[in-house]
Design a protein. Structure first.
Length: 348
């Protein structure tokens, strides 16, 4: 009788355990069904995603994944399709299999090349809670827009709450040797300002990132020679960083004298055309800046700061001892301007 009672108890425990596990499995599957309803609109499923990063919790019952939709076949961290998505997903273990529990979209864009920094992917503990970190750079495809953006993410594992730090900028002369990194400013926001610990972690992530240019202490001075293009833009109240076409020349040009060799700093000799006479040496860079050297004063100076993807390449010639003709040779009408070097206003 006693043995029968024990067997009955064991069977009850087994049935309860099976029923509880079945209920758990149903709950997990229901969460997965609800999550899949949310992402049907984008036609994204696990088969079309490339996993970029994954982590397991301590008891290995929960897995978090960051995945990309339509990664490049040559580099899974590069998204170059017409439509790109980056997804964060949570999977719960059931019957020795991981079933989707939650899925959210971290990023979606169109006609934008997106480079994910693999070194930025990781888990961080902030204020006793766990977060995933991520950094990516976005560049518009084609030649219509010159701007580039970098976004730094902290995503709460608990509820997928997203916090971002943004950097908007472009290429620059001083950043030209930085493997196409973005030269710009970090932009915080009110939501991030209200979370100082998360904000601090995002700035730490940004300060280590190779996606953005990190100026030296000297470069914080706008008059430092490496900032000559930005200084010229400020002094002339213009920005000639264009996608297509050209800017022309201001009636009055402001510039600065520099002792440092701006020619060598700006670019290699294979990408420049040089003219000179007994007073000046002038260099124009392909679809780039026109710079001068005063042989009497032994100083360098920017004449015209301008860059583009297409349309602003310039041919230069001397028409007198102090005057140069600047002609846009990509223009069918061959528009040109005359610049008198002795009439440039030097602010220093």
């Amino acid at each position: 009788m006693k043995q029968l009672f024990i067997i009955t108890i064991l069977l009850s425990i087994a049935l309860y355990s099976c029923e509880k596990k079945t209920q758990q499995n149903k709950a997990i599957k229901q969460k997965a069904a609800n999550s899949k309803k949310d992402i049907v609109k984008t036609k994204i499923n696990d088969k079309t995603l490339t996993t970029l990063f994954r982590i397991l919790n301590d008891d290995k019952t929960e897995e978090i994944r960051i995945s990309a939709y339509q990664s490049s076949e040559y580099d899974k961290y590069l998204l170059v399709a017409d439509t790109n998505f980056i997804i964060i997903s949570k999977y719960l273990k059931s019957n020795e299999k991981f079933i989707l529990s939650k899925k959210d979209t971290l990023l979606s864009n169109e006609y934008i090349s997106t480079h994910i920094d693999s070194a930025s992917l990781g888990k961080k503990n902030i204020g006793g809670k766990e977060y995933l970190s991520l950094a990516l750079k976005e560049e518009y495809q084609g030649t219509a827009i010159t701007g580039k953006n970098v976004t730094f993410y902290m995503v709460a594992i608990e509820n997928f709450k997203v916090y971002t730090l943004f950097c908007s900028g472009s290429g620059s002369v001083r950043a030209s040797k930085c493997e196409d990194c973005v030269d710009g400013e970090l932009i915080s926001n009110k939501e991030l300002d209200a979370k100082p610990e998360i904000k601090k972690s995002l700035y730490e992530l940004a300060n280590k990132s190779k996606l953005i240019y990190h100026p030296s202490k000297k470069e914080l001075d706008i008059s430092y020679y490496k900032n000559y293009d930005s200084k010229w833009y400020i002094d002339n109240n213009t920005t000639n960083d264009m996608a297509n076409g050209y800017s022309g020349v201001n009636d009055t040009i402001y510039s600065m004298h520099y002792k440092e060799n701006l020619f060598d700093f700006t670019g290699d000799r294979n990408n420049q055309d040089i003219i000179e006479n007994k007073f000046y040496k002038v260099v124009t860079f392909f679809r780039g800046n026109v710079l001068g050297y005063d042989k009497r004063k032994h100083v360098y100076f920017p004449i015209q700061v301008e860059s583009c993807f297409t349309g602003c390449n310039k041919v230069i010639t001397f028409i007198s001892d102090t005057e140069i003709k600047v002609m846009y040779d990509e223009d069918s009408e061959k528009e040109y301007f005359i610049i008198d070097l002795k009439k440039i206003n030097f602010v220093n």
